[in-house]
Design a protein around this ligand. Structure first.
Ligand SMILES: [Zn+2]
Length: 473
């Protein structure tokens, strides 16, 4: 595949500010150099015929965990707290090769649904940072790689659990948590591995306030400031996480509540939380299917948008969010709160669609222009056959994309000015070989998970026996 140095994508209808406009897109050095009316003869070394195509911005899936591509046995059978140990167990046997395979499966899954950028909140073992960077590089996708770190044991991370249950969980759990120093070392490994890789944006990702010690949170804040890295944290996914504390205040106390911080889930925010997020310039990533499949709740998206908080959409890992279809997340975001919301306040498709692109990019701190087609922004583009996508005409493009998705219409996905996916197949790696290797790895991963799954079952049983935990929200 030759990398066009200077390309004109000619004759398509380009999505600009929510409308389809006839424009040619000029691409130079991986960046949108300009937009011109068809017939303007701006010179280009190569011309791509986009007649009959829609030219859409590459979408942004702003929260996932790529390992879950190889942990498909862990579709939730319970709420987050009893389920989590199962998911962790499924990742127990992942070596550097397996995380690379999972990352490529995840990137391709997202690309097939139009997301040219994913945020991968990844727990890093030995050699994983370099393997992940190389894996995404090889696919050609853009990635925000967030080093997921934690140093608090499972029992101590549980809020809203009675002391006896917590003690029983602690007694049953023989896993030693990592130290803050070790986890900060993992963050540094990722910063080093990604240096010089233009399509890899590093974030530091404390797993959640309750899963990190003050020393780790402060260390992460200092490291992020030193390297200009963004921050990505799970916050208030379940009502239990609010019990006995103020997790957003914990982040603020340790220097993490600031611009460049994005928070996944935020299902159980108070009005005061929303105001603090808006004042700090922090972003939120809404993962509607994951929040439903874990029974966590339904985020009040309208409240965040009204407060001026940057919001993106995430699919979350395959086990909780299924196929990496960010337009499906948009569909669920559109309708998710309607039952309890007066109709006059319902969200419209035109408000939700941008969250799957530029809104998500802003929420997770990607450079301006990402997620939209704009001069100076990255040339991350989708060439879509509207007929195969199920479009009947060019009207109400937001409604058709949010409700109908891309269907079979995605012909080409481009990242940084070059195609990386054509008609569902990756262009830069061998997709058949990747699937075959994943299938080979699964038996070994299942065997490695088995003893850990036994522990996960014991912990879940203890937590279930404790009964429902009262919610403070
Ligand atoms: Zn997550």
């Amino acid at each position: 595949v030759t990398v066009p140095a200077d390309t004109r994508i000619a004759g398509g209808r380009v999505l600009l500010d929510g409308r389809l406009e006839p424009r040619d897109v000029l691409v130079t050095g991986g960046v949108v150099a300009g937009l011109c009316a068809p017939g303007d003869d701006a010179p280009a070394a190569a011309v791509v015929d986009a007649r009959g195509r829609l030219v859409l911005p590459g979408l942004v899936d702003a929260h996932t965990h790529s390992y879950a591509q190889l942990a498909r046995d862990t579709i939730p059978d319970d709420r987050l707290e009893p389920w989590l140990a199962r998911a962790v167990a499924a990742g127990a046997g992942l070596d550097a090769e397996a995380v690379a395979v999972a990352a490529q499966l995840s990137a391709l899954d997202a690309l097939r649904h139009g997301a040219t950028t994913t945020l991968d909140h990844a727990t890093l073992g030995d050699g994983h940072a370099a393997a992940l960077v190389a894996a995404y590089d090889a696919v050609g996708a853009r990635v925000a790689l967030a080093a997921q770190v934690a140093d608090v044991g499972f029992a101590d991370s549980l809020h809203g659990v009675d002391p006896a249950t917590r003690a029983a969980v602690a007694a049953a759990d023989d896993r030693a948590p990592a130290t803050a120093a070790h986890q900060l070392g993992r963050c540094r490994e990722l910063l080093d591995a990604a240096a010089g890789h233009e399509r890899v944006h590093v974030l530091l990702g404390p797993s959640a306030p309750e899963r990190c010690s003050p020393a780790l949170l402060e260390g992460v804040a200092a490291l992020a400031a030193e390297h200009g890295a963004g921050l990505h944290v799970h916050l208030l996914e379940t009502p239990q996480q609010r019990a006995g504390g103020d997790p957003l205040g914990t982040l603020a106390d340790h220097g993490l509540l600031r611009g460049g911080l994005s928070l996944a889930h935020c299902v159980h925010l108070t009005a005061d939380d929303v105001a603090r997020l808006a004042a700090a310039g922090a972003g939120v990533v809404h993962n509607p299917l994951s929040n439903l499949s874990l029974g966590s709740g339904r985020l009040d998206l309208r409240a965040l948008l009204d407060a001026g908080v940057a919001v993106g959409l995430g699919c979350d890992g395959w086990n909780t969010g299924g196929g990496q279809d960010v337009l499906q997340a948009a569909r669920l975001a559109l309708a998710g709160r309607r039952p309890e919301t007066p109709a006059a306040e319902w969200l419209a498709p035109a408000e939700v669609l941008p969250l799957a692109g530029a809104g998500g990019a802003a929420a997770i701190g990607l450079p301006p222009g990402t997620g939209r087609i704009a001069p100076g922004g990255p040339a991350d583009l989708l060439l879509v056959d509207p007929g195969r996508a199920g479009f009947l005409d060019g009207e109400d493009v937001a409604g058709q994309l949010v409700m109908g998705g891309l269907g079979a219409g995605l012909r080409e996905a481009w990242v940084a000015g070059r195609p990386v996916l054509i008609d569902g197949d990756p262009l830069l790696i061998d997709g058949e070989r990747l699937r075959a290797r994943a299938a080979e790895l699964l038996p070994r991963l299942r065997a490695a998970a088995a003893p850990h799954l036994e522990l996960a079952r014991r912990l879940a049983t203890l937590l279930r026996a404790a009964g429902p935990v009262p919610s403070s929200v």
